[in-house]
Design a protein around this ligand. Structure first.
Ligand code: SAM
Length: 208
């Protein structure tokens, strides 16, 4: 009995600590987003930008748009920001953020005009499929923050994940598949350069 109470106490403490860490992370992200996006009404978003090569090139070629790249891994983001400032770009920000948390903290009134998800982690094992970013819940949530007509460009070298993503899009119901749309801004990403082949999917946010 005493051992059970001790274990329960420890579990409660670690849950509380976890919740505090999450709350701290979210408020930090919220503050960062406010400082770099204040007064802006639209962004181009790359989810899982890695070291930021692709988005840096995109931002350099499209100086009139504001670009945001997010990734879970801090040192990739640091490298990406160094690269962008070396090139002298002021229309791209790289932030350490998880995609769902990013959407939750995105300032109200700001819309996403274009999305890229390039070679996301494929999570090949069935028990890990729940971690795949291209899932119905996420696609619904993303659509809620996108402007009308926003296009999502998805590319992967994992055949199963491609089929999974196409199903998720169809099931989500908020996106139209564009079978003939041209791929916008063709540049090799780091993972693309290692892939033997890949498949691409372009979808557009449905009119409400
Ligand atoms: C396989 S790498 C691809 C990197 C880059 N797009 C490329 O093509 O070279 C996938 C990246 O997505 C990031 N990532 C995975 N899940 C994420 C999430 N939920 N939110 C933000 N980034 C995520 C990983 O940290 C990793 O850097």
């Amino acid at each position: 009995m005493a051992t059970d109470r001790k274990l329960l106490g420890e579990a409660t403490t670690s849950l509380k600590e976890h919740q505090q860490r999450v709350a701290q992370r979210k408020s930090l992200l919220n503050a960062k987003l406010k400082s770099c996006l204040s007064g802006k009404s639209r962004i181009v978003l790359e989810i899982g930008c890695g070291h930021g090569h692709w988005l840096t090139d995109f931002a350099a070629a499209n100086k009139e748009v504001l670009c945001v790249g997010i990734d879970l891994i801090g040192n990739r983001i640091e490298r990406a920001n160094r690269k962008a400032s070396r090139v002298g770009l002021d229309n791209v920000h790289f932030l350490k953020a998880e995609a769902n948390e990013f959407l939750d903290q995105l300032p109200v009134g700001l819309g996403i005009e274009l999305v890229f998800i390039l070679f996301p982690d494929p999570w090949p094992k069935k028990r890990h499929w729940k971690n795949r970013i291209m899932n119905t819940g996420f696609l619904d949530k993303l659509s809620d923050r996108c402007l009308e007509g926003t296009r999502l460009h998805f590319r992967t070298d994992h055949r199963d994940y491609f089929d999974w993503a196409a199903n998720a899009v169809a099931f989500a119901g908020k996106w139209n598949l564009l079978s003939d749309a041209p791929w916008l801004f063709e540049r090799e990403t780091v993972f693309q350069s290692k892939a033997d082949s890949y498949q691409s999917l372009i979808v557009e946010k449905r009119k409400i």
